[in-house]
Design a protein around this ligand. Sequence first.
Ligand code: ATP
Ligand code: MG
Length: 493
Amino acid sequence: MWWCLHSCKLINGSKQRADTLISTPMISPDYKYVVAIDVGTTSSAYAYAKKEDIDFDKNQVNVTCNQAWGVGKHNYMKIKTPTSVLLDENGELDSFGYKAEYNYDKRVKDGVNDFYFFRNFRMALYKNNPTSQMVIFDVNGRRMMVQTVFSKTISAFMKEFKESITNSGNNISSEEVRWVLTVPAIWSEAAKQFMKICAYLAGIPDNQLIIALESEAASIYCQYVQKRDIDDNAISVSKKGTQYMVVDLGGGKVDIAVNETLGNGFLREIHRPTGEDCGGNLINQSLVQELSQIVGNSFLKDVKRSYPKECFDIQRDFEAAMKCVDPFEENKISLRLPYVFLNIIRQEINQEQMKQILHLGPHCEKIIIENDWVYISSNLIRERLLQPIAEKIYKLIMNILFKIKNPRLTKILLVGGFADSKCIQEAVRKGFPSNKIIVPHEADLCIIKGAVILGHSPDLIQHDDKHDERVIREYYNSAAQTVVKNATSKKTS
Ligand SMILES: Nc1ncnc2c1ncn2[C@@H]1O[C@H](COP(=O)(O)OP(=O)(O)OP(=O)(O)O)[C@@H](O)[C@H]1O
Ligand SMILES: [Mg+2]
C-alpha cells in the first residue's frame, strides 16, 4: 500500500525515525540517479549524483548542482533560483524561479493578470497541520490549494532535471530516479507528511521518495567539506568521535542538528534537530517596515503590485549589498532606485517633505535618497535589522548547548545563505568564544549536496530514540491515503 508508514528499522541498536522513512523496504534499491530538491523559503535548487558518483569507501562524493537556472536576462550567477511559481488560470504550471518572476512581471505590465503568482510560500506549512483542503493566497490575494502550489513546484524541478539530462545527451526513465525532498526540522510531522502527498501528486511514487531534514543533510555534507574547502584540517568534523553542531541559517528559518562522527560518513544524533522561524528574510521585512515609515505603506503596496520586477530586483540588490556590511566598519550600502520608483516618489512626496522625513525624522542620516540612489547606513542594518535576529540565533544555540552540556562539542558549522552574513558570523563568534565557528565554502549548497549523499545511503544518521518525541499521527496517515486514492481515481478516470 502506498501510504503505509513503515515500521522503524533498527540500525546498530538505534531507531530510524519515521519522518526520514528512508531505509524501509519500500524504497526501491534500483535507481541510477539520486536527485535532491530543496524548495527553500526564498530560494530553491536541485542537485544530483549517479550511483557511480558516490564512493563512500574512497570518501569521494561528486554532486552536480543545477546551473544558474532560468536567469534569462539577469546576470545572476547564483545556483539557487527564487522560490517563485507562476500557475495558469487552471492551476497548471507556467514557470518557476526567475522565469516565473519574468513571466509574471510581463503579464502585469501587459495588463493581463489572470495567472496565480506565489513567492516565498514555503513557510505557509510552518505552524500548520496542512490538509488537502488548505488554501493559500497568491500575491494578488487569490486562493489556491496549498497542495497544488507545492505539487506544481515539485513537478517544475522534475521537469527541469529531466530536460537537463536529456540536453546533455542522456536518456532517463522516471523509475531510475530516487528523489529526496528536504524539509525543515521545525515543521510539524503533518507538514512533512504533506510534502509526500504533494510529491506523489507531482508524480513521485512513495517507493522512490525520501524526506530529509535540512540541518541533518547539511551535517552529512560537512563530513566531506574538510579537505576541499577548509584549509585547516584540524577544524574538520570527520574525525571519529567529533561532536559538532550544524546551524542552517536560511531565509525563513534556522535549523539546528547536533551530531557525533562515527566514522566512514556515519553520524549519531546527539540532539533532536530543532529550530525557529528567524531566517534572513526577517531583514527584508524589517527594511520594508523602515521604508514604509518614509514613503508610506500604501505607496509600497502599489509599487509592489504594479512593478513586480523592479521590486524583485531591488530586493536582490539589497541582499547582495548586505554582503558589504562589515561587523565593525561604518559605511553605507547603496542601491540604485528604478526610474519608475523615483517618478512615483516625486509625484507623492515633494522635495521639501522628503527632506523633512529623511533629515529630521528617526532615519536622520541613516537612509539618504540622492538622485536615483538610496544610501542605507550599515549601522542601521546592523543595529535595527541584524541585531534582533542575531540575538534569536544566539539564544537558540545557547539553549541547545546548555541542554547538552558537553565539553566535547566544540565546533559550530554555519550553513545556508544567511551564514554568508559577516555580521551574523561575528555575532556567533562573539557569543561562543570557546567554540570553533566554521563557515564552509558555498554554505548555501551544503543542504542540497548533503541531501543527495543521504539519498544514496539513507542509513547514515543513527537517531536516538530518547531524543525522538515525534509520533506519526494515525489520522494523518489515513488522510494521506484518502488523498492518494482520490488523486489516483482522478488520474485513471
Ligand atoms: N551575504 C549575505 N548576507 C546576508 N544575508 C544573506 C547573504 N546571502 C544570502 N543571504 C540571505 O540568506 C537567505 C537565503 O538563504 P537560503 O537560500 O539558505 O534560504 P532558503 O533555503 O531559501 O530558506 P529556508 O532554508 O529558511 O527555507 C536570504 O534571506 C538572503 O537574504
Ligand atoms: Mg534552505
